[in-house]
Design a protein around this ligand. Structure first.
Ligand code: B1M
Length: 212
């Protein structure tokens, strides 16, 4: 954590200007981009979550820190591009119904796009009906769902069921992820794949579609 102490402090304070400057400074100093993301930014969001659980900070501060992290992440985006590539497949992604967390989902989108997938991002609070409607429109290879709340995880099997009812389940692969989601849960709800982080989401998506 100490390597990114100033960055961590700025994200906790929600000081966008300093956090962005610190991210740029770390990049200029040659820090590993994955380290900036994992040890600098994601680890700080975990710290923020702990402070929130303990009642030390409240929703507005969490929101400000989230915004700060997203501004920093923009600087990292170019580093996740794998080069000049033709589309590896279409991915329809969204955070499930009732859930407004989008940082993890945005990271997954960003890394998948960087790896050559064509992304349609439905944003947050996406209902099963909306997923179905967009699958009909976009005809993706993968439907990717993110959930950060234990209370919104049930929207994942509800979406799978809605796809089934619409006769679309066999036409797409379903991938799920998010902090409370597990491999076991993915198996339970008959998702095709689970990824614990954005990097793994890329490799699992490639595996699902048999591309490299
Ligand atoms: Co919320 N929140 N929040 N929050 N929030 C958590 C999730 C929480 C764990 C905090 C805590 O209490 N310790 C807790 C959930 C408890 C639970 O259910 N288990 C919680 C709560 C309770 C709430 C509210 C209910 C608070 C309230 O209002 N009382 C409320 C709910 C609002 C709603 O959604 N309806 C709420 C609100 C918010 C904010 C809006 C203020 C803000 C989100 C802003 C935003 O996203 N734009 C926020 C934040 C920032 C957090 C924490 C602090 C950070 C989340 C984050 O962005 N992490 C979070 C605590 C924590 O996670 N430690 C917390 C960084 C991000 C990169 O990680 O999203 O996990 P993550 O993504 C990872 C992996 O999970 C994975 O890849 C990423 C890493 O590469 N991944 C996928 C994610 N999606 C994937 C999809 C995939 C594959 C991998 O395939 C499709």
């Amino acid at each position: 954590m100490s390597e990114f102490k100033a960055l961590t402090e700025a994200v906790i304070k929600g000081d966008i200007k300093t956090a962005v400057a610190e991210t740029q400074r770390a990049l200029d100093a040659g820090s590993n981009v994955r380290d900036i993301l994992d040890k600098g930014l994601i680890a700080t969001m975990d710290e923020i979550g702990e402070r929130f659980s303990k009642g030390l900070i409240f929703v507005p501060q969490m929101l400000r820190s989230a915004k700060t992290m997203q501004e920093c992440t923009k600087l990292l985006e170019p580093f996740f591009k794998e080069g000049d590539i033709t589309s590896k497949g279409k991915v329809l992604i969204g955070t499930v119904k009732g859930d407004l967390h989008d940082i993890g989902k945005n990271l997954v989108s960003m890394m998948m796009e960087g790896a050559g997938f064509t992304i349609t991002d439905l944003g947050v609070d996406v209902s099963p009906e909306k997923f179905v409607q967009k699958v009909q429109e976009v005809e993706p290879d993968i439907v990717a769902m993110s959930a950060l709340l234990s209370t919104t995880m049930p929207a994942m099997p509800q979406t799978i069921e809605a796809l089934q009812k619409a006769g679309l389940r066999d036409k797409v692969k379903v991938m799920i992820g998010g902090a409370p989601v597990t491999e076991k849960y993915a198996q339970k709800i008959t998702a095709d794949s689970y990824a614990s982080d954005a990097g793994t989401a890329v490799s699992k998506a490639k595996k699902l579609l048999g591309v490299s």
